[in-house]
Write a protein that binds this ligand. Structure first.
Ligand code: NAD
Length: 499
């Protein structure tokens, strides 16, 4: 893989937008250049699309939707296209994983796993295209039959972040296509490569021109144009709560539907009776996966006071053995942080945490490492009011707090404006069920961390967003319901007498 990466360093990949079935540069020909965060080498050039490019992509999507070619197509035909894309993703998994690793700096193994899981999502959505159905009501009286139709919502904008580029897009795009929508995709300006590659697979799979348009560019103007457009019926936005809040305002013009998947501050809740070895491993996985640049990162460790000291020492010991280094090296588990701004934000939050009274159990010393590598860090003695306990850090940093009772654990878990995920470690069924029911989060894992299945819906409570992706609900998200009232036989009653 080092050889293939070297070839990319020598000749960075030049990508094009995919609009109305054509591969095109941005109007004016400007590009966004991306360096690999781990290697400091140029790896990609994406089109720096303009508002005019966004409008062209939206117009193509609108036109394709109005023709009904995809919207009214047989579900089996849609399924074939989606399944073919799944196959192409698998066929090109090595190349896609390399792009992800070079653009994000995530370990290559992890990137490969995400690519393969993305293919699963396309396969699942292919099945969903065939079983999507509405309801019928045969109980409305002799003269009336009720049909509830599920129709595609229309033109959907999909705006995605940089942390899991292909995976997050695959949790949304095939589901919108399965529902019969036309789509405009805008990936993050830091990691657009794999999204732009998808255009080629969609074309090869026979998707009609204009049904899916993929354009690279910055949030403003491209994302903003999608949010503001009256020709877009829905936007699925995944990103920070800050931009999500702005998206609500920007989308108000035509009252478009917004599905928002935003930030998180998820707890790992560890009870004294748990399987400690499994919990240590799971807490580390939830806290450091993708360098902690993960919306569902277990960035708060809530641990029973009786085992807290011993537990955090064990976590620190195990973290020492997590190899941090070149993400192309198969032995690396922690790559570099996405960019300097994110690196500085992590450093500042940790420094401020220590100033406010937190104690570093391990890590916290980025100056001892070169480049954008931030070492896995555990902060003890954290109090619920501190920024490290409340703000999304998006780095490999776990803030530890202690509890003494079940109620205290649940209150601490819920003491956040976010609600994406929670990890519960206990062998007591009653504690597991209480936590699963009372913690306000879109996903709860009990004695496991981050296991994912296309069947299971994902999304957030509170300021982590609304709407659900994947699973049956993930397809339904991209539909509108229409009630059709069918008179059976002749209508004998008259509203106007004598008519
Ligand atoms: P971000 O909010 O900065 O950007 C996300 C996307 O929005 C990018 O494509 C960006 O170009 C675009 N954007 C920026 N400004 C815009 C504007 N004014 N109008 C329209 N689009 C605009 O987020 P990020 O830094 O790329 O990603 C990190 C954030 O994403 C974290 O907060 C993380 O929690 C969140 N996230 C959430 C989930 C989830 O499923 N809940 C998944 C992954 C990441």
């Amino acid at each position: 893989m080092f050889d293939k990466a070297k070839r990319v360093f020598e000749t960075p990949t030049r990508y094009q937008n995919f609009i109305a079935g054509q591969f095109v540069d941005a109007t004016g020909g400007n590009v966004i250049s991306r360096e690999s965060p781990a290697h400091g080498q140029l790896v990609s050039h994406y089109p720096a699309s303009t508002r005019a490019d966004a409008e062209a992509a939206i117009a193509a999507a609108r036109e394709s939707f109005e023709t009904g070619q995809w919207t009214f197509s047989y579900g089996g035909d849609r399924a074939r296209v989606l399944r073919t894309v799944a196959g192409l993703i698998r066929q090109n998994a090595e190349e896609l994983a390399l792009i992800e690793t070079l653009e994000t700096s995530k370990p290559l193994d992890a990137a490969h796993g995400e690519v393969m899981f993305s293919a699963e999502l396309w396969d699942y959505a292919a099945g969903a295209a065939r079983i999507l159905a509405g309801d019928s009501h045969n109980t409305l009286g002799e003269g009336m039959l009720g049909l509830v139709l599920r129709e595609p919502i229309g033109v959907v904008g999909i705006i995605t972040p940089w942390n899991f580029p292909l995976l997050i897009l695959s949790e949304r795009l095939p589901f919108a296509l399965a529902a019969g929508c036309s789509v405009v995709v805008k990936p993050s300006e830091f990691t657009s490569g794999t999204a732009l590659m998808l255009g080629r697979y969609l074309k090869q799979a026979g998707l009609p021109d204009g049904v899916c348009n993929i354009i690279a560019g910055t949030g403003d103007p491209v994302g903003q144009a999608i949010l503001e457009s009256d020709d877009v019926d829905m936007v699925a936005f995944t990103g920070s709560t800050r931009v999500g809040r702005a998206a609500i305002a920007a989308s108000a013009g035509n009252i478009k539907k917004l599905s928002l998947e935003l930030g998180g501050k998820s707890p790992s809740v560890v009870f004294a009776d748990c399987d400690l070895d499994a919990a240590v491993d799971g807490v580390i996985k939830a806290g450091t996966i993708n360098m902690g640049e993960c919306c569902i990162a277990g960035s708060r460790l809530l641990v029973d006071a009786r085992i807290a000291d011993a537990f955090q020492v064990r976590i620190a010991e195990r973290l020492q053995s997590l190899r941090m280094g070149d993400p192309l090296d198969p032995s690396s588990r922690i790559g570099a942080i996405i960019n300097q701004a994110q690196f500085d934000r992590i450093s500042t939050l940790v420094r401020d945490g220590v100033r406010d009274g937190a104690r570093i159990v391990c890590g916290g010393d980025p100056d001892n490492h070169s480049g954008l590598y931030y070492p896995p860090t555990v902060l003890a003695d954290v109090k619920p009011g501190m920024a490290v306990a409340r703000e999304e850090i998006f780095g490999p940093v776990v803030s530890v707090m202690q509890f003494e009772t079940l109620d205290e654990a649940i209150n601490l878990a819920n003491d956040t404006e976010y609600g994406l995920a929670a990890y519960v470690w206990t062998n007591d069924l009653s504690i597991a069920l209480s936590c699963s029911r009372r913690i306000r989060a879109g996903r709860v894992w009990v004695n496991s961390a981050l296991a994912g299945f296309p069947e299971m819906p994902l999304g957030g409570f509170k300021q982590s967003g609304n709407g659900r992706e994947t699973g049956r609900y993930g397809v339904e998200e991209y539909t509108e319901l229409k009630s059709v009232h069918l008179q059976v036989g002749l209508q004998s009653e008259r509203w106007v007498e004598g008519a």
